[in-house]
Design a binder for this molecule. Sequence first.
Ligand code: UD1
Length: 425
Amino acid sequence: MARLLIEGRYPLQGRLEASGAKNAALPIIAACLLTREQVVLDRVPTIADVWVMADILREMGVQVEFNGNGTMVLDASDLATTTPPEDLVRRMNASFDVAGPLLAHHGEAQVSLPGGCKLGPRPVNLHLDAFRRLGAQVTSEHGFVKAKASRLRGAHILFPKVTVGATKNAMMAATLAEGVTVLENCAQEPEIVDLANFLVKMGARIEGQGSPKIRIEGVQELHGARHAIISDRIEGGTYLLAAAVTQGDITLEEFEPWLVESLLENLTKAGQKVTVLGNTIRVRGTHPIRPLEIATAPFPGFPTDLHPPIVAMLALADGTSVLQETIFEGRFMYAMEMVRLGADLRVSDRNVVIRGVPRLTAAPVDAPDIRAGGALVLAGLAAEGETVISGVEYIDRGYQNLEDRLRHLGARVRRVEEPLKQIVG
Ligand code: UD1
């Protein structure tokens, strides 16, 4: 089991190029199932979730190659099955992205329920309702979803709540449906826009992506396409916060500022120096960090995935902050661990009250999920002494080359594979 050792209190400084977004890459990779032609993707992040999606597709008979420098080539012309491997599907929620393309292009999908995770139950009922509205027969039994339709039919679908997952699956399914589909109360996340833009390159007719109403005119078939993945706003946001927690000076390049407007607003309110110039963002960490009141919300609101990382900053603020989590009830798993580093956090119901402390101190901590892992790395970078983070497999799911990128910015961080006893004993 790997662990990260971080010696804190070194200000991070330098320039960093943004990575491609995990949450855009995963559905776009899955969308190769919508065509028999070759798909080429650039700027695919080298993270564990991408390897899992690649393995799922390989086991289904898709040819998958990585050509170095983040380019991925996919060819689903010889698909062998519409049942992706259960053990891999259960490893991440986004594996359910294959359901819509399989159903639309191959007339059926038998996909294991991705299951709950530490963020909460993660149901897929709204994905299934959308498939049913598009004319599919759908059952969910014994942990498997089975969906079938000789050809889907366009429909009007009003999502009862904003969901990224169901918006992606419904949009992908509708591209090959007969007639027009109108999706309302859609997720407006940039990753949905990137997926839609990719589908349009494949020949799909989609309008309104990035707004609550998406209109899709079904086509007979989709063709191959080449596409570069949009920047990862959560990874990028985590590095910008690293400048704040270490009083450093980080410039993120090749990164579209509209992706993180709500974060930049909050960083500015917190007294941090933010400069935006074209597609670069510079954050200079400044003390004191002013406290904030934040509620997470679907895009363009403050992203739930940046909730734990911004708490790492607010833990060091000069005053008391409150953060309300409105998307995932299980988002607070990081709190107990951050308290071990000296943070003063009180969680009740869906709120965390953060009383700023002047300093954090190193301790062994365990990352319970991807973004909690990002937050613990930030706290470790700020803490006095050497923080040992286990649960690195979660961090590897969402942060590409984390140690290299941190070291490039001047952090003292290393990865060790030995058991904990040998490290701290
Ligand atoms: C995606 C992101 C995740 C991000 C989240 C919210 C990926 C791979 N993951 O997750 O990083 O934190 O969006 O921005 O892109 N819900 C239902 N029924 C459903 C589907 C969702 O009740 O069928 C609920 C969920 O439990 C949650 C809320 O809707 O409370 C939002 O979920 P959703 O937006 O679908 O998140 P994901 O796509 O799972």
